[in-house]
Write a protein that binds this ligand. Structure first.
Ligand code: ZN
Length: 308
């Protein structure tokens, strides 16, 4: 194992190597501290470096403002009484499960009860969320309907959005935006209409981008907000125009649907975003050390998730 800056590079990670390396509360804390405070502890209240280390615990006391704190303050691991080795093992299992892991399976693997596993999974997925800046260049945009039992029924939904025919009431519209050779952003939306979709396109896609969509009305006049708008008439089976298509996003939807059918069987609407956050995080960081990446994200991006 080599230490480069505060990122540990581990070769051939396995659940065994993780539980050996991070088998105690102390080992987890010292790793988190090395990431959060590479130059020694900093008061989480006033930013002072004038800190007293309480020997009998893993808490620190600020000599300037008297604030008592620990390294997990503001992170998903803070509020719970769960030992950190369980969090580390859960993070490893979730990021390395290619097809996802059910909370029931997680509960067995790390020996916690079902509700605890569900709670951990929800928080770990939340930590995977968050955007990495604007999408640029050629950006494919499309919506799909996900959740419940899987069939892409978009066309039949179009006429009466929000009124789902028998058995489909669990499906939610989902907006996908994917940069060519780049990241995907995927979000559950209330309604697949222009009023909902357009502000999201403005917020997540750089104005200099070439945006590729089908002929759905919500995408009309996109050339007013973005450099170029390429419309493919999917209903007439026109799937490509020169270098423009939505095939990468199409295959992403297929992956999600297969995963939902294969692992989760059905995903209820309230859990769909968390599920999508997990898939997008794995997709966007393919080939990287997901375990360390997520631990760093949790400890460094703590402000984003402090309100959980
Ligand atoms: Zn302080």
């Amino acid at each position: 194992m080599a230490k480069i800056g505060y990122i540990m590079i581990m070769e051939q990670q396995s659940i065994l190597s993780i539980t050996q390396r991070f088998g105690t509360q102390e080992a987890c804390i010292s790793y988190l501290e090395s990431i959060r405070w590479p130059d020694g502890p900093v008061c989480t209240n006033c930013g002072s470096h004038h800190i007293h280390n309480r020997k009998d615990s893993h808490r620190y006391l600020c000599r300037d403002c008297n604030h008592s704190f620990s390294v997990t303050v503001g992170t998903i691991m803070h509020a719970s009484k769960l030992p950190l080795p369980k969090w580390f093992a859960a993070i490893f299992l979730i990021v390395n499960a290619k097809k996802g892991i059910s909370s029931l399976q997680l509960s067995r693997d790390i020996n916690v009860n079902k509700n605890t596993a569900w709670y951990m999974q929800k928080r770990i997925r939340k930590a995977m969320s968050g955007s990495d800046g604007l999408l640029k260049g050629i950006v494919e945009v499309d919506e799909s309907y996900l959740g419940g039992s899987m069939t892409n029924m978009r066309k039949s939904y179009k006429k009466e959005l929000g009124i789902y025919p028998g058995g489909m009431e669990h499906k939610k519209p989902v907006l996908g935006m994917m940069q060519r050779k780049g990241s995907v952003k995927v979000m559950v939306i209330d309604k697949a209409d222009a009023k909902t979709i357009r502000p999201l396109l403005d917020r997540h896609i750089d104005a200099s981008s070439e945006v590729v969509t089908d002929g759905f009305g919500a995408y009309r006049m996109l050339h007013r907000t973005h450099a170029k708008h390429i419309t493919l008439n999917h209903s007439k089976n026109i799937m490509t125009a020169g270098k423009y298509n939505t095939s990468r996003l199409d295959s992403f939807w297929t992956t999600i649907k297969r995963a939902i059918v294969g692992q989760y069987h059905r995903v209820s609407p309230e859990h769909l975003q968390g599920y999508l956050d997990e898939i997008a995080f794995k997709f966007n960081n393919k080939g990287k050390d997901l375990f360390n990446l997520l631990i760093c994200k949790i400890i460094q991006g703590r402000n984003e998730i402090a309100t959980l």
